[in-house]
Design a protein around this ligand. Structure first.
Ligand SMILES: [Zn+2]
Length: 244
């Protein structure tokens, strides 16, 4: 097989691993950031809910005092009428009816207000449970990151000189093409599977397929994505081809 192709493949394997390590480190950091943001959102919601509960309790207290007031007046008026002490019976009767209605209406309002307050308090409890869970999740994300960060950084550090060495082994022109592919987000080294590029599924010309299958010295690139063609295989393996 072409030596440049072998070198390219070696370079790609180390780049692939380094990319995966970088992506893993980024994902671990992102998991921590995401949970921090969620927790902060919940904290803001808790502050708003606490304020709403306080306002609801205040409104409830005012209504309760109003109800007490009307109930006392109602009962006093009723006693005056019952005991025949009302100076003007018709007026007292009219006042009693109006006080009964006011006491009832305000009692209804009070019950509605209590329901609203209870609903807010239930929401607050739910939020408290979710926030507690959020803390556990954040701790979990942080500990995962803490455990893996050192390993990732150690492995990455060990790969760096290997990568430099392998990159230096590839001729400048080929390396530049390889780097262009990677910059574009294209998998730079691919296999032909049943004569088709494993990355973009473009069919290889017959001569390319023959060369790649036979390990000929000539380098070929996929006509679709431009990737360097490494090996030709008949059936896809169950795991990834870098499984070593
Ligand atoms: Zn392709």
């Amino acid at each position: 097989m072409n030596q440049t192709l072998l070198d390219l493949h070696d370079l790609y394997r180390v780049d692939f691993e380094m990319d995966a390590l970088k992506a893993e480190a980024a994902a671990l950091a992102e998991a921590v950031r995401t949970q921090q943001a969620r927790n902060a959102e919940m904290d803001a919601a808790a502050v708003a809910l606490d304020a709403a509960i306080q306002a609801a309790r205040h409104a409830e207290g005012l209504l309760a005092r109003k109800v007490d007031d009307y109930v006392q007046k109602r009962d006093r008026t009723r006693a005056l009428i019952d005991e025949g002490r009302a100076p003007d019976f018709a007026l007292a009767q009219h006042q009693l009816e109006s006080l009964i209605a006011l006491a009832d209406d305000n009692e209804t309002l009070l019950l509605e207000q209590m329901e609203r307050r209870e609903k807010l308090e239930a929401d607050r409890e739910t939020l408290k449970a979710r926030r507690y869970e959020g803390n556990l999740r954040l701790e979990n994300a942080r500990s995962k990151q803490g455990t893996r960060r050192a390993e990732i950084s150690e492995r990455y550090g060990a790969l760096k000189p290997v990568q430099a060495e392998r990159a230096a082994a590839v001729p400048a022109h080929t390396r530049s093409r390889y780097n262009d592919l990677r910059t574009k987000g294209v998998t730079p080294v691919v296999d032909l599977i049943d004569g088709v590029c494993e990355s973009c599924h473009m069919e290889a010309p017959p001569q390319a397929l023959v060369d790649v299958s036979g390990g000929a010295d000539r380098l070929h690139n996929c006509r679709g994505c431009g990737a360097f063609l490494y090996e030709a295989r008949e059936t896809p393996p169950p795991e990834d081809e870098d499984g070593d």
